[in-house]
Ligand binder design. Structure first.
Ligand SMILES: Nc1ncnc2c1ncn2[C@@H]1O[C@H](COP(=O)(O)OP(=O)(O)OP(=O)(O)O)[C@@H](O)[C@H]1O
Ligand SMILES: [Mg+2]
Length: 310
């Protein structure tokens, strides 16, 4: 869907993006990670021409992006930026409705869409619809930014640390919501973060940037189990690779169906990392497992977990 071919970009003679080649596949959830200053935001901004590349080619749907009008790119690609960037003199409703209004949707359709997105992003419409950005907390503003990016139902979503200012609970809820939106819509999503756990949770593919260059592209499992170099190994955290790998799998992958065990159950959709934590916290070696409806489906055994080939 998006291809970078040998793209470079310098600021005052210093390369922020250095000979970057990368393909972002349609329908995939791509997460770009890297240290501060590695060029993540710059790479993202070049996709919708907020920043022009100096050399190389960037293709969108097979065409060099310079041949698209910037307005067209921005309508087709929802964009939620790091610094929020809401229009200060517009209400929450007007901010979220930016693209629907540009597209001249009927008023009732736009209103319904705003209501739906505010509910999805846990901003009760009756409380927040008519507020202005300065009357919101940082995390609420960020959620309005995400709602605005989603509003016009774009082909592609570009998100630059969209959950940075959120507490862990709200953050986890919104990560789950974005994952659900991705599963349901099959949209192409590119999300920038420096949180490796967020990357592992959401990504189909992870792109690791270092000083404007791609150092590795791979699935979460590949990045964890075969880091390309010391930089990637340090970035993903050498000491807890094992538990992070367990975090990629669910209890369902390690189930003894039909068995029974005493004690409070764990959900089959919980991660094996949570299961390991439960084994340690409870000092047991078998835990009953239930499905989404709370029905018993079997048992998870610590011994099986240790024998798994991840
Ligand atoms: N408008 C600009 N003018 C000059 N230098 C810039 C500009 N934008 C970015 N840079 C420089 O380019 C490099 C990459 O910046 P970029 O914002 O892409 O990094 P990042 O990976 O998004 O970092 P962070 O995690 O801190 O957001 C940095 O060294 C930055 O100082
Ligand atoms: Mg950035």
């Amino acid at each position: 869907m998006i291809t970078f071919e040998n793209v470079s970009k310098a600021f005052e003679g210093v390369k922020a993006i250095d000979d970057l080649s990368l393909t972002i596949t349609q329908g995939e959830f791509t997460v770009v990670i890297g240290a501060s200053g590695s060029g993540k935001s710059s790479a993202l901004k070049m996709i919708n021409r907020l920043l022009e590349h100096d050399s190389g080619r960037i293709l969108f749907a097979g065409r060099e992006i310079r041949s698209f009008k910037p307005e067209e790119l921005r309508r087709r690609m929802g964009y939620a930026i790091q610094s929020i960037g809401l229009f200060p003199h517009w209400t929450v409703e007007q901010n979220i409705a930016t693209v629907p209004n540009l597209l001249q949707w009927p008023r009732s359709r736009t209103r319904d869409r705003v209501t739906e997105l505010m509910e999805t992003l846990q901003l009760p419409p009756e409380v927040y619809r008519h507020r202005y950005p300065h009357q919101l907390s940082g995390g609420q503003q960020q959620r309005v930014g995400v709602a605005r990016a989603l509003a016009g139902d774009p082909d592609m979503l570009l998100m630059d640390e969209p959950f940075g200012a959120l507490d862990p609970v709200t953050r986890a809820a919104l990560q789950q919501e974005i994952a659900r939106i991705h599963d349901a819509s099959g949209k192409t999503i590119v999300l920038v973060t420096h949180d490796i756990d967020e990357a592992l949770r959401l990504a189909d593919r992870i792109v690791v940037l270092d000083r404007g260059r791609v150092v590795q592209v791979g699935s979460p499992r590949e990045i964890l189990s075969s880091p390309a170099n010391d930089f990637v190994a340090d970035f993903v955290g050498r000491s807890d690779v094992g538990v992070k790998l367990l975090g990629l799998y669910t209890v369902a992958a390690c189930l003894r169906p039909g068995d029974v065990a005493p004690g409070p159950p764990i959900a089959s959709a919980a991660s094996l990392r949570e299961a390991l934590s439960a084994f340690v916290a409870r000092q047991v070696d078998r835990i009953p497992v239930v499905d989404e409806q709370g029905r018993p489906v079997g048992v998870i055994a610590l011994a099986d977990l240790l024998r798994l080939r991840l």
